[in-house]
Ligand binder design. Structure first.
Ligand code: UD1
Length: 368
């Protein structure tokens, strides 16, 4: 009997986490019958379709077409559609990745239908419940039967919350499986040429509501970037939420006047990886980018007051800089002076995490 597994993706950061798992199932065609469901939380070509192509993700078996909306709308729509899907043909297991609204919504539905859930990237905690992803992580982990963790701190977090130790499996980081697999291909990208980049540059990403939805906070971060771009070219692929806010707050035209700033639409996986790998420094509020820069050995300044990925600070190249202009600029200058952090890849961030997950599922098959 093959294990029927429904695998759920919804938003950009899910795609690179799911790709290696889908590949790994294919190595055991007699053991697994995987189905890929895309909720459609992200739907733009450059937030979704491009990633499917570059990551060699199979075309989704089901596309729910949820789209944008408030948190409740988005979550509720995914739940309604997932319930229809899972009730019609209940699988043996639902696999969810990361911490986006689609992750939590699919988990709640599966758990209520008594279908076992596996959460890949479980146990991360920022301890900041103002962050929508923290709520998603707490709910998803509480309801999951398999908590696949990327680092030991997640084990501590889950046990503290009463998760049974036998549900926790330290497998490593699937996103790094994708990075290691595609790094060489990405380095062949001609993105630097297309953007007209000559020498050194910094790579910037910003999209977190706490940074871009608050005009004052966003203004302060932009002031820091303005100062830095006087010394270093900055490349800034702009997330749709961030474009909306830049325009709404009247920052957009000013930004386009900066001499050393390249604004672009969101980039595909390969172009982003290439730009990150060759950057002098990375400024971000993303979760995944903190991990990717650690493995690439590129200094990363995280424009947040907390991180759910502390191992990128203790072992990697990450530094938390908050949102104050002076701190951001000060830390950037240290890196430009040659004093950036040099880290190492944490344990099991080795390209084999998806293999460990599949082995675990074969050894401890889900019971309904
Ligand atoms: C979501 C995730 C976040 C992740 C981020 C990566 C949640 C709670 N948040 O945030 O954890 O880091 O994805 O990108 O799930 N939009 C488009 N086209 C798209 C998708 C979105 O234009 O394809 C615009 C819409 O205006 C939308 C806004 O972006 O309202 C925000 O999208 P949404 O999916 O709600 O959250 P993200 O900010 O992308």
């Amino acid at each position: 009997m093959k294990l029927k597994i429904v695998n759920v993706v919804g938003a950009r950061p899910n795609f690179m986490k799911m790709a290696p798992l889908m590949m790994e199932y294919q190595r055991h065609p007699d053991k697994f019958e995987p189905k890929l469901v895309h909720t459609g939380q992200h739907y733009d070509d450059n937030m979704s379709t491009l990633f499917f192509e570059q990551l060699h993700l199979p075309k989704p078996d089901v596309y729910l077409g949820i789209g944008s909306g408030s948190h409740s709308e988005q979550t509720a729509k995914v739940m309604v559609e997932m319930e229809k899907l899972l009730s019609a043909e209940p699988p043996d297991l639902v696999v969810v990745v990361g911490d986006v609204n689609s992750t939590m919504a699919a988990t709640i539905v599966a758990a209520k239908l008594c279908i076992p859930v596996a959460h890949v990237e479980a146990g991360l905690r920022s301890f900041d419940r103002a962050m929508p992803e923290e709520i998603n992580r707490l709910v998803t982990d509480a309801l999951s039967d398999y908590c696949f963790i990327t680092s030991q701190d997640a084990d501590v977090n889950l046990r503290r919350e009463g998760v049974a130790p036998e549900k926790i499996f330290f497998v490593g980081n699937v996103m790094i499986d994708t990075l290691l697999q595609l790094k060489d291909v990405s380095l062949k990208s001609d993105v630097s040429k297309r953007l007209g980049l000559g020498g050194s540059y910094g790579f910037v990403t910003l999209h977190r509501p706490s940074n871009v939805d608050d005009k004052q906070v966003f203004a302060e971060i932009l002031a820091a970037l303005d100062t830095i771009q006087k010394d270093l070219m900055l490349v800034f692929p702009v997330h749709p939420r961030t474009v909306n806010r830049l325009k709404q707050f009247g920052f957009w035209d000013g930004l386009r006047g900066w001499k050393n700033l390249k604004l672009t639409d969101p980039l595909g996986y390969l172009d982003s990886l290439c730009l990150m790998a060759n950057a002098k420094l990375v400024l971000t509020d993303s979760g995944g980018v903190q991990e990717e820069t650690t493995v690439l050995g590129v200094p990363c300044l995280t424009i947040r007051n907390n991180t759910e990925r502390p191992v990128t600070i203790t072992e990697g190249t990450n530094t938390l800089v908050g949102t104050s202009q002076s701190k951001i600029v000060g830390e950037a200058r240290k890196i430009l002076a040659g004093n950036g952090k040099r880290g190492r890849a944490p344990k099991f961030w080795d390209g084999k995490a998806a293999g460990r997950i599949v082995e675990c599922l074969l050894k401890h098959p889900p019971k309904r």
